[in-house]
Ligand binder design. Structure first.
Ligand code: AVI
Length: 324
């Protein structure tokens, strides 16, 4: 479900500049490069979105569960950062589950503005929130939240609170994360608040397990990008000759996901032929992890003032309130 909603351009890795928005051009650019890459934004077709929802329920994948528990436990404190009759603007709404925790704890909210590229998905989610929380104005905006977009005129005179949960910010290159927060500040305007979920640096074994689950769902999620190339770009990837690889890169503080070729082979996709050496990989995703301090520094560089941080007992995940 959240799948289509996730097709927004949120993974603006350094590679993005080299490729246009078309999947075909993107794949040609990425598989012709050394090392090879494909942006994680292409994970989220219908099958990939379903697999991501499964990932969020896995025992090893702590981020979703931990963030939900932080939001639940700290909801009243978080609500304290929300001004009277404010509008809550959610960037890249997948499921509204997390926003609902904030909405329930903050009766002073007058409006909820979910922003996502998928209009049909948004309409469905907005209708459900309207039904369950009839006292709040639900004003969906179908837009690519990584770019400048217009807020609904109905909230022009209201205080604004941005909401960006899920550590989706970790899928941006750090410089793009800074740029995203700066752009969010432009959209929300002076005086705004921003509530952001950020995954934390932790025991490497915990990180590696979260992206190498025993049930193999993350592997399926990663390999699904090859299925997508086969289907949409007339590709002939043999999925059994690639394997999922995910590991924590201590130098860059990120989980890297790759697809490794198990043999020397040539593959056709998007009307081109690509050669793979045995062991060569396609780099498909980065998931950056921060410390509370390194995230505060990033937010400050983007023009935001740190206001508060909430974490779980194990310090696995953090939720930050920022002020403009
Ligand atoms: C969406 N995003 C925050 C997830 C993450 O943890 O970086 C995507 C993901 N990739 C593999 N597992 C989950």
């Amino acid at each position: 479900m959240a799948a289509l909603a996730r097709s927004a351009l949120r993974y603006s890795a350094r590679h993005e500049a080299a490729a246009s928005d078309s999947f075909s051009d993107h794949v040609i650019a990425g598989l012709s490069d050394t090392p090879k890459w494909v942006s994680a934004k292409y994970f989220y077709d219908a099958a990939g979105s379903g697999l991501f929802e499964e990932i969020t329920e896995l025992p090893e994948y702590y981020p979703t569960r931990t963030e939900l528990s932080i939001l639940q436990r700290s909801a009243r404190d978080i609500a304290g950062y929300i001004p009277l009759s404010a509008a809550l603007v959610e960037f890249g709404t997948g499921s509204t589950k997390k926003a609902r925790i904030v909405i329930d704890a903050a009766p002073q909210l007058a409006a909820y503005v979910p922003v996502d590229i998928s209009a049909s998905f948004l309409a469905q989610e907005a209708a459900a929130v309207r039904r369950d929380v009839p006292w709040i104005a639900v004003l969906p905006v179908a837009a690519d939240f990584t770019r400048d977009f217009e807020l609904p005129p109905q909230i022009r005179s209201r205080p604004r609170v941005g909401f960006f949960p899920g550590s989706t910010i970790g899928n941006f290159e750090p410089s793009d994360a800074t740029e995203f927060l700066r752009q969010a500040g432009r959209v929300l305007g002076q005086g705004a608040t921003m509530i952001v979920g950020v995954d934390l640096i932790k025991d490497i074994a915990v990180l590696n397990a979260a992206y190498n689950d025993a049930a193999g769902v993350t592997a399926e999620f990663n390999l699904n990008i090859l299925t997508r190339m086969n289907r949409e770009l007339c590709g002939n990837f043999d999925l059994s000759s690639f394997r999922h690889r995910a590991f924590y890169n201590t130098e860059h503080h990120r989980i890297e996901m790759h697809l490794e070729s198990l043999k020397s082979q040539t593959v056709t996709a998007a009307g081109r032929t690509f050669s793979f050496a045995k062991g060569e990989t396609i780099h498909t995703e980065n998931s950056y992890k921060y410390t509370v301090d390194s995230f505060r520094t990033l937010a400050r560089d983007a023009g935001w003032r740190w206001a508060a941080t909430w974490t779980d007992e194990k310090k696995h995940f953090s939720v930050h309130a920022l002020k403009l």
